[in-house]
Design a protein around this ligand. Sequence first.
Ligand SMILES: NC(=O)c1ccc[n+]([C@@H]2O[C@H](COP(=O)([O-])OP(=O)(O)OC[C@H]3O[C@@H](n4cnc5c(N)ncnc54)[C@H](O)[C@@H]3O)[C@@H](O)[C@H]2O)c1
Length: 339
Amino acid sequence: MRRGRRSGLFTMVAVHSTVRGPALGGCRMWRYDDARAAVRDVLRLSGAMTSKAAAAGLPMGGGKGVILVPSDQGVPAGELREAVLRDFGDTVESLRGTYLTAEDVGTSADDMAVIARETKYVTGLAVEHGGSGDPSPWTALGVQEAIHVCCEHALGSRELAGRTVAIAGLGSGGERLAQACAQAGARLLGADVDDRRRAAAERLGARWVTPSKALEAEADVYAPCALGGVLDHDTAPRAGARVIVGAANNQLADDSVADVLADRGILWGPDFVANAGGIINISVELEPEGYAPQRARERVRGVGQTMRLVLSDAAARGVTPLAAAKALAERRLIEAAAV
Ligand SMILES: NC(=O)c1ccc[n+]([C@@H]2O[C@H](COP(=O)([O-])OP(=O)(O)OC[C@H]3O[C@@H](n4cnc5c(N)ncnc54)[C@H](O)[C@@H]3O)[C@@H](O)[C@H]2O)c1
């Protein structure tokens, strides 16, 4: 954790694990009440990245970056934004490749280009700068694969034609997922707290509903694609779909919610398995042949195989998909540690 010499703001990086490779994780620019809250967040998020990369079988560990915006200040813009991004670049550089950064909530591919002025340990640069670009389409592709596999497991076929899919959160990931589901012939319900998303949803033929209607709808699939913590002991008992799988990180308020969903006969596809498409795409940048979209597509489709492995292991051992996914990540960490 450092106070930036240009901006005076705190930037921090948590390296949770390098057992499988360099710690990869996005840089979040976010408002926090104090430094302790930011440290808690960066530590928690870095641990989740370790599980995500390990479950996906990537040669990478888990890390995360945070740029702490004091809660009484606006989001940095102009010169201050450039200054703090370069300060964050210094923090990344000081770790000499132990940590690789990428875009995350509050940062963009353009911001990555500014960070790259201070360090080469940056991924997800725009395609015209030699990077793998916006991760959202890849995340959406991975989630789509995960939905197919979850439907096959819980509903008997992977087909989406004629099924109802309720998507909550129609931002960069959710809207692309909605497009893909519409193309596959699904009936869509779309929800977002931002009414400006309504026109895009309706263009795709989605019926616009409130976020709580999307949760409660008797749909085949509910796809949470907004913020974390959407499933807790109050909302999980009200969920109406038979399958829940989506792009949002940390969908469960705590692990015990996985049991509530399983007890109600709802198949929950673990979020860190389903939404790994973005980092899988980034990992292709690090392959010896360099980045190629075709290879990225093949690798991201692997999300479906990982989900299948998790669901069959859960069924065979009589545990929740969450327990099976955590065990898979743990096994892959232990294997790598042994090597
Ligand atoms: N984009 C990626 O590549 C990627 C990768 C992995 C995980 N994720 C996760 O997926 C989620 C969405 O990411 P994104 O990039 O699409 O973000 P985004 O900011 O582009 O979109 C999020 C959308 O959710 C809406 N929203 C916020 N609160 C809501 C609520 N309570 N109910 C309904 N809608 C709500 C917002 O208005 C916005 O339109 C996040 O949890 C993110 O961490 C994204």
